[in-house]
Design a protein around this ligand. Structure first.
Ligand code: ATP
Ligand code: F6P
Length: 486
C-alpha cells in the first residue's frame, strides 16, 4: 500500500474510533436536488467504508399519512398538515439517533426540506443531546427551468403522484413549492456549520466546516455536476500474462489484445455520439497504454489506476499461490475485500487510493478508463453501489466495453462485447464447504466448468448480469454490431 492510502486508511479508522457522528441536514425547497445529493454522499462514504445512512422524511410521511397528499397538506397555514409533517420529521430523527447508537453510525443524511429556522433548531437541540455534530447542506436553485425539468423527470414518478394526470401533478407540485417558499428561511446564522450550493454549485458558500470528514464531504459536493455524460470502462486488451494465467506484472498485449486495441476507436466513436468530447485515462502500465494506442482523444496516464499490487505473488498464477502460500490463499477466499497480499495491497487499499480518481470523475464529462480488473471493479462498485463483499467478484471481462450513464437516481449500464476471443480471468468465490482449489470449476458459469484453470478459458459469449442493474449486452464483431438486450 502506498503512503497516501495508508494515511487515508488510518484517518478513516480514527474517525470511527473517536466516535465521530455527523448529521448532514439537507435544506432546500422541493425539487432542488436534496435527495440526489444525499444519496450520492451516502454512496461515496459507504464506498470509502464509512458507516452512512440516508433518512428520508418523505418516506416517513408516506408511511404515516399515506402517499396521496395534495398541496394543501404542505400549506404552512394548515395546522393539521403542519402537525403531521412534524410527526414524520420527529420519527425520522428518532430513528437516526437510534441508528447512530446501535449501528455505530458515522454520517447520517437527514433528507427533508428543513426550510424553517424553528425546524432546524429542533433538529440541532436533539442532536446536541446525543453528541451528534450537525452540518447543514442547503441547495438553492433559482433556475426555474431546471426546477420544472426536475419535476417532470423525477417528481412525476414519485408515489405521491401515482395514477395522477401528469399536468395536474405538475400544477400540484408547483403549488407545493409555493407553500414552502412562503415559509422558507435560508441559513444565515454565522455560528452554524453549513455549505450552501447555489445553482448546482455555480456558487458555493461554506461556513464553519470542521474536521476531516466534513471537509471531505464539502470537497465532494463542490465537484458534483448534473450535466449528461457517459463513463466508459474497458480492461486492457488481453496481455501475455493473462494468457499464462499470471497475476500483475507489466507485460505486453497478446496478438488478440492488440487486435482489440485496434477495434476500440470504432466502438467508442459509435457509442459516444458525434459532437461529444472524450478523455482517455489509462494506468502507467504497458498493457493499458498499448490498448489506448489507436485512440485519438486526449489521454492521461494515472499511477493511481495501476493494478492492485499482488506483492510477493506478483507474476504467479493462482495455482502457484495456492501451493506456496496456502494459508494466504484461503484467507483471501474468506475475505477478499480486506485480504492484503504480503508486501502488496488489498481491495480496501485500492479503494482508498482511487478516491482522487472518483473525485476527478465526478468533475469531468465523458471519460474512457482503460484499466485493470481489480481497479475497474472498485470504480464500477462506486457507481453501481455494490457492497464491499460483492466488489471483488464483479465481472469485468476482457474485450468488453462498459458504458455507464448516470441519471437522477440511477445509472444505466450497457456492455459491448467485442468478438475477439480472450481468456477469462474471473475467479469466482468458492461455495461454502466446497474444495477451495484454484483449479476448481466455477459452478455458476457453465463455460468455465470444463476448464482446467479459469485463467486460460475464452471469455463467455454473453455479458454479465450480477450487478443489480438493467444491463444491455451487445456483441461487436470487427465490422458489424449486433444488439441483444436481456
Ligand atoms: P423533494 O424536496 O421533493 O424531496 P429534492 O430536493 O430532494 O425534492 P430531488 O428528488 O433530489 O429533489 O431532485 C432530483 C433532481 O434534482 C434531479 O433531476 C437532479 O438532476 C436535480 N439536481 C441535483 N442537484 C441539484 C441542484 N444542486 N440544484 C438543482 N437541481 C439539482
Ligand atoms: O488476472 C488479471 C489481474 O488484473 C491481475 O493482474 C490481478 O492480480 C487480478 O486480475 C485481480 O483480480 P482478483 O482480485 O480476482 O485476483
Amino acid at each position: 500500500m502506498n503512503s497516501h492510502a495508508n494515511i487515508n486508511f488510518l484517518l478513516t479508522s480514527f474517525l470511527v474510533l473517536l466516535g465521530s457522528r455527523i448529521a448532514c441536514v439537507m435544506v432546500g425547497l422541493p425539487a432542488t436536488g436534496k435527495t440526489l445529493i444525499s444519496q450520492k454522499v451516502c454512496r461515496y462514504l459507504q464506498w470509502l467504508g464509512i458507516t452512512t445512512k440516508v433518512f428520508n422524511v418523505g418516506n416517513y410521511r408516506r408511511k404515516l399519512h399515506g402517499a396521496h397528499q395534495l398541496h394543501d397538506f404542505f400549506n404552512p397555514a394548515n395546522p393539521d398538515g403542519e402537525r403531521s409533517r412534524r410527526e414524520a420529521a420527529v420519527e425520522a430523527l428518532e430513528d437516526m439517533v437510534y441508528w447512530f447508537k446501535k449501528e455505530q453510525g458515522v454520517v447520517a443524511l437527514y433528507d427533508a426540506t428543513n426550510s424553517t429556522r424553528s425546524r432546524r433548531e429542533m433538529l440541532m437541540a436533539e442532536c446536541k443531546k446525543h453528541d451528534i455534530q450537525v452540518m447543514f447542506i442547503e441547495s438553492v436553485c433559482e433556475d426555474e427551468a431546471l426546477v420544472l425539468h426536475n419535476i417532470m423527470s423525477v417528481k412525476l414518478k414519485s408515489p405521491d403522484y401515482k395514477d395522477m394526470d401528469p399536468e395536474k401533478a405538475v400544477e400540484d407540485f408547483k403549488a407545493r413549492i409555493f407553500h414552502y417558499r412562503e415559509a422558507y428561511e435560508s441559513i444565515t446564522e454565522e455560528n452554524l456549520t453549513y455549505i450552501k450550493l447555489i445553482n448546482v454549485g455555480s456558487q458555493v458558500i461554506i461556513n464553519h466546516i470542521q474536521g476531516y470528514l466534513q471537509s471531505r464531504i464539502v470537497y465532494y459536493l463542490m465537484n458534483l455536476h448534473i450535466a449528461p455524460r457517459s463513463i466508459f470502462f474497458s480492461r486492457h486488451g488481453e496481455s501475455l500474462y493473462n494468457v499464462m494465467g499470471k497475476l500483475g506484472g507489466d507485460s505486453d498485449l497478446s496478438a488478440r489484445g492488440k487486435q482489440y486495441a485496434k477495434s476500440l476507436p470504432l466502438l467508442i466513436a459509435t457509442h459516444l455520439g458525434n459532437s461529444e468530447q472524450l478523455t482517455v485515462w489509462t494506468s502507467t502500465m504497458k498493457r493499458t497504454i498499448g490498448t489506448a494506442e489507436h485512440l485519438t482523444y486526449p489521454k492521461l496516464a494515472w499511477k493511481a489506476l495501476d493494478e492492485l499490487d499482488a506483492g510477493v505473488c506478483d507474476g504467479m498464477t493462482y495455482e502457484e499461490i495456492e501451493e506456496q502460500y496456502p494459508e494466504d490463499f484461503a484467507n483471501r477466499d474468506e475475505d477478499k475485500f480486506n485480504y492484503r497480499y504480503r508486501g502488496g495491497e488489498s481491495y480496501r487499499d485500492v479503494v482508498l487510493r482511487l478516491e482522487p480518481v472518483i473525485m476527478e470523475l465526478e468533475r469531468q464529462r465523458n471519460i474512457l478508463i482503460i484499466g485493470h480488473q481489480a481497479i475497474l471493479r472498485c470504480i464500477y462498485a462506486y457507481f453501481m453501489n455494490h457492497s464491499h463483499e460483492k466488489l471483488p467478484y464483479i465481472k469485468i471481462p476482457l474485450h468488453t466495453v462498459i458504458q455507464l450513464t448516470p441519471s437522477a437516481y440511477t445509472c444505466e449500464e450497457k456492455r459491448f462485447k467485442v468478438d475477439i476471443e480472450a481468456v477469462d480471468t474471473h475467479r469466482p468465490k468458492p461455495k461454502a464447504g466446497a474444495p477451495k482449489s484454484a483449479t476448481d470449476a466455477n459452478p455458476e458459469t457453465p463455460v468455465e466448468a470444463s476448464a482446467s484453470t479459469d485463467a486460460v478459458k475464452p471469455a463467455a459469449a454473453v455479458g454479465e448480469k450480477d450487478c443489480g442493474a438493467t444491463i444491455t449486452t451487445t456483441t461487436m464483431s470487427t465490422t458489424t454490431f449486433r444488439d441483444s438486450a436481456f
